[in-house]
Design a protein around this ligand. Structure first.
Ligand SMILES: [Zn+2]
Length: 244
């Protein structure tokens, strides 16, 4: 099996929003990873990066959504230029934030999209949408593709790829274990150091749950797995990130 990190774009924003105690005056450019897992005949995309239209003009793409001015979005090469999306067999969404869900619209309409039930329900609840800064435009077109799971889930039925419920950043955030030694952590922590120092973003759906999820992933790391953080510019780089 093989895992390749693709370039889903980048956002530039104040460091202090994403890591407690950092300056709100210092801007950091955060990579947006998308992962392609190849195992047997399966080609599984984990997250989809920015929508190309959002990278061009976010406020127009999201029809005047507030807060988009807090980010500078960029996308040099869309995911469609990095992987033949027609060959993708399944999509797994760690969560529904715009930097993960934007590319859903680019995928063929028949591809199943795996989500935790509580993430999907949060994404369709007005109060949760506002609290979690979801942008429904990103995912309202996938209603017929959604496959909902509850808790940890053996994706292929053979133990090779497991979805791990890791809530907190959003109500139904999930991570993805590939084999025994590689974990796509998603946004449980944006920075790798967050697994140890718990300096999470200044916003979040449930910080106690996020702490528990970080401890869960830290235990996997301490047992020998490589665990990818969400957006750490010093750690994440496109290319083959796991082969086993
Ligand atoms: Zn997020």
């Amino acid at each position: 099996m093989k895992v390749t990190m693709l370039d889903g774009g980048a956002f530039t924003s104040a460091a202090g929003i994403w890591r407690r105690g950092e300056s709100l005056g210092r801007q950091v450019r955060f990579p947006i990873p998308v992962y392609l897992i190849e195992v047997g005949e399966e080609r599984i995309l984990v997250d989809t990066g920015l929508h190309p239209g959002a990278a061009t003009d976010a406020e127009a793409h999201y029809e005047g959504a507030e807060n988009m001015g807090n980010f500078r979005l960029e996308q040099e090469v869309g995911i469609a230029a990095q992987v033949d999306l027609e060959t993708v067999t399944r999509v797994v969404m760690t969560h529904l934030h715009f930097d993960h869900a934007g590319g859903l619209e680019l995928l063929p309409a028949a591809v199943p999209v795996y989500l935790q039930r509580r993430e999907w329900e949060g994404g369709r609840d007005a109060e949760a949408i506002a609290r979690n800064f979801y942008l429904p435009r990103d995912y309202e077109g996938i209603v017929d593709q959604v496959v909902l799971v509850d808790g940890d889930h053996d994706l292929l039925g053979d133990g090779t790829v497991e979805l791990l419920l890791t809530p907190g950043h959003t109500p139904g955030h999930q991570s993805v274990r590939v084999g025994e030694r590689f974990v796509i952590g998603g946004d449980v922590t944006h920075f790798a150091a967050g697994f140890d120092d718990h300096r999470f973003p200044i916003f979040g759906d449930d910080l106690d749950a996020q702490l528990g999820s970080a401890e869960h992933l830290r235990a996997l790391r301490d047992a020998g797995a490589e665990v990818c953080p969400g957006h750490d510019p010093d750690v994440l780089a496109p290319g083959v990130v796991f082969a086993g």
